[in-house]
Each structure stands twice: as structure tokens, then as C-alpha cells.
Design a protein around this ligand. Structure first.
Ligand code: PLP
Length: 356
């Protein structure tokens, strides 16, 4: 690091806009807090991080990330604790994943402790935006993009890292309807599916549009080669419960985004003594389990929606209904625990919260 790592330049807004927020009608990702963090990379080093009033950024029309997509992001959340404090959920995991994404996209690394400290610092400054309303949180969006002014294909020499904060309410208000995709592909082996790279999401919009037109919320992605194996659901990881066992696709191949929410669910489930398996899961196995009445549950896991239970799974024109949500004791328990630990309603026994 060229500069003192934990030395931030902070320019505060004159007057906070927090009093103007319409808390009851928040749309995910549309409202931003008073400040944002900006840190530039040039000459092989990160410059001093700056926290500035939220504002637009000026860009050169040849800025390389627009043309060639060297652009990655993260997503995590801060929660208001029962005792009034504010905590960020597992930012170290996002710091690590951010660097893995950066490596895959030929972008510079950010020391993990610096990433975590930048997240902590900006949340501390805008902590008035972390609402204590049930189901609300502060979504944290760190991202990095290439900024060279050059329409030439090569890794950029300059980058911008930023953090935006957005107060959010509950993501899904109903159970999720998903459709198993058997033509389009999210990620292929050897591709960039494991990275939170911007282009992955642009590419998923078109197939998702068809599913939405047919009344589904999200697609369940399958492997690129044969569309036989389950990968994940939209921008969530996916878990199933067959009899008493929780199963989720293994992360061995580089097509699945390694989610913090899923990892947390697996860790706590294992801690509770629930049988957990990370392995290949075929579409056939799931359809067979649904038909024979042993598919007890299916749910998505991701920061935005937390744990999102699935109402039905569509495949080749048939909708397979899942059991009523009241009967899903494992996911109900996991969902409650996840919320409780994030808001400090139960002891943080696995040390997941970072108090700001
Ligand atoms: C971000 C993301 C997830 C969920 O990861 P979390 O760390 O739990 O938020 C899952 N799948 C994809 C494709 C994602 O982009």
C-alpha cells in the first residue's frame, strides 16, 4: 500500500437526507445514503480511500469497463441490533470472495482487512440509515471497475473501487416460484460463474425474462453441458431437503457462486446435527423426489433475500408443488436463526457479526 491503510479522507454532507426516507415504501436498491466510498488504483497501488457525499461520477467514453466488462461487485448487509448497535454480517467472507473475483478478472487485490475496514467505516458514518424496522437492513454494495481511457483489450492499469449503501426492506413478500432452465446457461466450467462479475448478471436477464413472463420469479440454472445438474437459482444458491437431509450442489467446479448465506446455513445446520450434503444433484433426482413425496423443501439462499422458501418448481411444463411452508421445520428454524443472529436476538455463537 502506498498510503497509510487506515487513513480515510472524509467529507461529510451538510445535511443528512435520512429524514426524507419513505421507510414503508423502499424499493430494493433505489435509495442511497448520504455518503459513498471511493478509492482509486493507479501506478500499481491503491490510493487513499475517500468518503464523500453521494454523487455522480464523471467517466471517459472509452473507459475500459464499459467496453470490455472488467467489473466486479459484492453484496452484504448491516443490521440494527436489538440493543441499538449496528453489525455487519460476515464482511471477511465478502472481502475474500471479492479478491477471488478480482483475480479471475485480472484486477488488483484489496487487502482483506482494508476491505473490511472500509465497509465498517462507511457504515459507521451512515449508521443512522440502518433502520430498526423488522425485516429492514442496510445493503452494502462494494464494487470495482476498470477505468483506463483506452479501447484496447488488455487488463486496465487503473481501477476505481467504491462502496454504496442502500436501505432496504424485505425482498420477497411471497414464496418463490422457480423454473428449471434447460436451454440457457449461466456459467460454464472454466468460465466466470464463480466470480461476482458484472457480465454474468447482464447475461442472465434474457432467459429470466421468459421465465417471468410465464409467472416464475427466477430460473434454476443447470450445468452448461447437458442441463442435467442443478447449479443455483437466479442470484441465490439453492438447497433442497430430501427426507431429513439438506443437500446443495457442490462448489467443486467453478460455475457456482460461493455464497456467504449458503455457507452460513450449512455451518449452522451441521452445528445442529442436521445431515448436510454438498454434492452433484441431478434434475431427475429432484423431480423423482417431488413425485415420490420425499422432497420436503427447497429454498434459495442469498444476502438480498436471506432464506427464500420455494413454493413450486417448474420443469418441462409441469409445476411440482412443495409442501406447505408450516411443515418445513428445518428451513423455518434456519430462517429464524439467521435473522435472530443478524439482529443480535440470539448469541452470535459462531462469531459472524462485526460491530461497527
Ligand atoms: C451473490 C450471489 C449469491 C449469494 O451469495 P451471498 O454471499 O449469500 O449473498 C448466489 N448466487 C449468485 C449468482 C450470486 O451472485
Amino acid at each position: 500500500m502506498a498510503t497509510t491503510e487506515l487513513n480515510f479522507k472524509v467529507e461529510h454532507v451538510e445535511e443528512s437526507a435520512v429524514t426524507k426516507v419513505d421507510w414503508e415504501n423502499l424499493v430494493f436498491g433505489k435509495t442511497f445514503t448520504d455518503h459513498m466510498l471511493v478509492m482509486d488504483y493507479a501506478d500499481g497501488a491503491w490510493e487513499q480511500p475517500q468518503i464523500l457525499p453521494f454523487q455522480s461520477i464523471l467517466m471517459h467514453p472509452a473507459m475500459s469497463s464499459i467496453h470490455y466488462g472488467q467489473s466486479i461487485f459484492e453484496g452484504l448487509k448491516a443490521y440494527r441490533q436489538m440493543d441499538g448497535k449496528v453489525a455487519v454480517f460476515r464482511p471477511d467472507m465478502n472481502a475474500k470472495r471479492f479478491n477471488e473475483s478480482a483475480e479471475r478478472m485480472c484486477m488488483p487485490q484489496i487487502p482483506e482487512h482494508l476491505f473490511v475496514e472500509m465497509v465498517r467505516k462507511i457504515v459507521e458514518i451512515d449508521q443512522a440509515w440502518v433502520s430498526g424496522i423488522e425485516g429492514h437492513s442496510l445493503y452494502i454494495r462494494p464494487f470495482m471497475f476498470a477505468t483506463d481511457h483506452w479501447v484496447g483489450i488488455k487488463p486496465s492499469d487503473t481501477y476505481k473501487f467504491m462502496i454504496l449503501l442502500s436501505p432496504v426492506g424485505t425482498y420477497y413478500s411471497e414464496l418463490v416460484r422457480v423454473k428449471i432452465e434447460s436451454y440457457y446457461t449461466r456459467a460454464a466450467v472454466g468460465g466466470v460463474g464463480r466470480a461476482k462479475a458484472a457480465g454474468n448478471y447482464g447475461a442472465s436477464l434474457y432467459p429470466a425474462k421468459f421465465a417471468q413472463a410465464n409467472g416464475y420469479h427466477q430460473l434454476v440454472w443447470t450445468d452448461a453441458k447437458e442441463h442435467k445438474f442443478i447449479e443455483e437459482s437466479g442470484t441465490m444458491n439453492i438447497l433442497f431437503q430430501i427426507n431429513d437431509t439438506l443437500i446443495t450442489p457442490s462448489e467443486e467446479e467453478d460455475t457456482i457462486l460461493r455464497g456467504v448465506t449458503k455457507r452460513s446455513i450449512l455451518e449452522i445446520a451441521a452445528h445442529w446435527g442436521i445431515n448436510v450434503q454438498e454434492r452433484k444433484i441431478s434434475v431427475e433426482e429432484i423431480i423423482h423426489a417431488a413425485n415420490s413425496g420425499v422432497l420436503q423443501d427447497a429454498f434459495g439462499a442469498g444476502t438480498a433475500a436471506s432464506l427464500a422458501q420455494i413454493a413450486l418448481i417448474g420443469y418441462k411444463g409441469i409445476d411440482y408443488m412443495l409442501p406447505p411452508v408450516e411443515t418445513r421445520t428445518i428451513s423455518n428454524r434456519l430462517k429464524t436463526y439467521l435473522t435472530d443472529v443478524k439482529i443480535g436476538a440470539v448469541e452470535d455463537e459462531l462469531g459472524w457479526n462485526l460491530l461497527v
